[in-house]
Ligand binder design. Structure first.
Ligand SMILES: [Fe+2]
Length: 277
């Protein structure tokens, strides 16, 4: 039988044990417990040949000292196993230092899909080196849509894919990104920043694919994500959103910034399956 003092000591220790266990979980387990999300996205006027078209998105890899190359390779392997029709990468390949750019791009070169691997840059790629990042990706057979677009063809059916450079760095050139697009053909837009959903320029886009938020990275029961107190960027934190005919998918990404922690927002590899609405 514990004494009254032992019982009270145990009671006082319980929250400390819970906090320590939570801290260990958010440092050692959740950042590496990848979630492959499967999402049906219904698109009006999607051409028949693109019914069921699968896109796997990787975003916010943030290769850095706290997120080593073997972890990046693990993410790439998991993504490759989803066997999509096309890969899209929506920015933040490294965090601060240029030396992480090349190894990350090399790891990403293992991605392969019939309709290719397409990328845009994120805000952190501007902190590090946007030109070096673009060159490194292109050298590894990844096409970078820095305010540019392409058309995917299946027989006579078409789907347009556009990409913008980072909105918050004033690097976006809408006229170049959309120049010559056919208004009757659905367009998918890659944008690191999800808040472009609010802009008039994206009104005719069928689907925006974004990252940037890390889903808040830390999200506690009842309290929510503390990061929302410091930034408006979490308006579209994670998941599917809509404004008029435009949909937005935001992935919580696979990496971390600031603290090497995740809690309540597992790292995500998103698989988007296009469906005819
Ligand atoms: Fe990021």
């Amino acid at each position: 039988m514990p004494t009254r003092r032992q019982f009270l000591n145990g009671l006082l220790a319980a929250p400390l044990v819970a906090v320590s266990a939570g801290a260990a979980y958010s440092r050692l387990i959740e950042p590496y417990s990848y979630w492959i999300s499967e999402n049906d996205i219904f698109i009006r006027d999607l051409p028949t040949a693109f019914e069921g078209f699968r896109i796997t998105q990787l975003t916010d890899i943030h290769h850095s000292r706290i997120l080593g190359i073997s972890e990046v390779q693990r993410v790439v392997n998991l993504a490759q196993r989803t066997l999509p029709d096309m890969f899209v990468l929506t920015g933040d390949y490294s965090t601060t230092y240029r030396r992480y750019i090349e190894p990350c791009a090399e790891a990403l070169s293992a991605l392969s899909a019939p309709e290719g691997v397409w990328a845009v840059l994120g805000n952190h790629d501007h902190y590090t080196d946007p030109e070096l990042t673009t060159r490194a990706l292109e050298r590894n057979h990844i096409a970078v849509l820095n305010n540019a677009h392409t058309t995917l063809r299946r027989g006579s059916d078409l789907l347009q894919l556009s990409g913008i450079d980072d909105w918050t760095w004033n690097a976006t050139d809408w006229s170049r990104a959309f120049a010559g697009l056919d208004a009757k053909t659905p367009t998918i837009l890659l944008s690191h920043q999800p808040t472009v959903l609010d802009l008039e320029q994206t009104r005719d886009v069928a689907l925006i694919v974004s990252g940037h938020t890390h889903g808040g990275q830390l999200k506690f029961p009842l309290l929510g994500a503390p990061a929302r107190l410091f930034t408006n960027d979490l308006k579209y934190a994670r998941g599917l959103f809509r404004r008029g005919e435009t949909q937005l998918y935001v992935s919580s990404g696979t990496g971390v910034i600031g603290l090497p922690l995740r809690f309540g927002v597992r790292p995500e590899i998103a698989v988007l399956r296009l469906r005819r609405a």
